[in-house]
Design a protein around this ligand. Sequence first.
Ligand SMILES: NC(=O)c1ccc[n+]([C@@H]2O[C@H](COP(=O)([O-])OP(=O)(O)OC[C@H]3O[C@@H](n4cnc5c(N)ncnc54)[C@H](O)[C@@H]3O)[C@@H](O)[C@H]2O)c1
Ligand SMILES: [Zn+2]
Length: 272
Amino acid sequence: MMKRAADVVREAEVFVVTAGAGMGVDSGLPDFRGDRGFWHAYPAYARLGLTFTDCANPQHFSDDPALGWGFYGHRTNLYRDTVPHEGFQIIKKWLTRKGAEYFVVTSNVDGQFQKAGYADDRILEVHGSIHWLQCQTPCSRTVWGNNEAFRIDAATMRARQPLPRCPECGEVSRPNILMFGDWSWLPDRARMQENAFDRFLRAHGDRRIAVIELGAGSAIPTIRATSERIGWHLEQATVIRINPREPEIKEPHISLTCGALEGLQAIDALLE
Ligand SMILES: NC(=O)c1ccc[n+]([C@@H]2O[C@H](COP(=O)([O-])OP(=O)(O)OC[C@H]3O[C@@H](n4cnc5c(N)ncnc54)[C@H](O)[C@@H]3O)[C@@H](O)[C@H]2O)c1
Ligand SMILES: [Zn+2]
């Protein structure tokens, strides 16, 4: 399998990198797999009896904004402090060496691909980004960069005052992220990225494409579905699915049962 994966990478003219929360695990970030996984990462929420779905609820920004920003402020700080693991650089090395076209599609809101030096106009963040803010109402369609500082009480996971506010109406703002039961998310930024990705596929869809999928879970299968759609519909596309716990994908696509960093290093070693 590993050798076949290396052949696909070697022969690829175009790369689509699809990534879920598992891509961040080797940088030290938690995935949220199951409530147990979430509570392991956030013991304070286990004590409060709050699941990931409970925390990722836009209602908090109006009902209890310190709780809403406790979760997202903590994650903003965490993602700002994280150094993307070497796997990000390995893929970049392949792209540069070949001068290959690429696009990244991720459900991660953590901005780690931008941080690792991938071009902003080559990234689709399907659920938005924590590094962008919007009004909770929203009073307009504006989104703006998240330059706020957050102080979170670790025991209660509540954010201290002052909380970030909408510069237009003064309401508490929220991250420009798609949450659960979310009717206020402003999708314009993601839609623009989506259009760029559609143009990319129209331009390169008939070439030899390697889809490298890293750490995408099946609970919210958006990213897995994206890889599979490309893998099944574009004749010359092959998906390499790298995932230690749920790597299954039908032949001729390739399933690697290992972590993202380990898988990328193993492929890279075969390319030398
Ligand atoms: N960093 C982030 O931005 C972040 C983190 C957690 C959740 N989320 C959000 O929550 C949802 C979660 O969905 P999801 O499928 O991305 O995550 P998930 O937590 O449901 O699944 C994570 C997947 O990563 C795999 N994994 C674990 N360790 C790995 C490793 N070392 N290398 C590679 N894979 C590994 C797991 O087997 C699992 O399939 C998404 O909608 C996303 O927006 C985002
Ligand atoms: Zn507003």
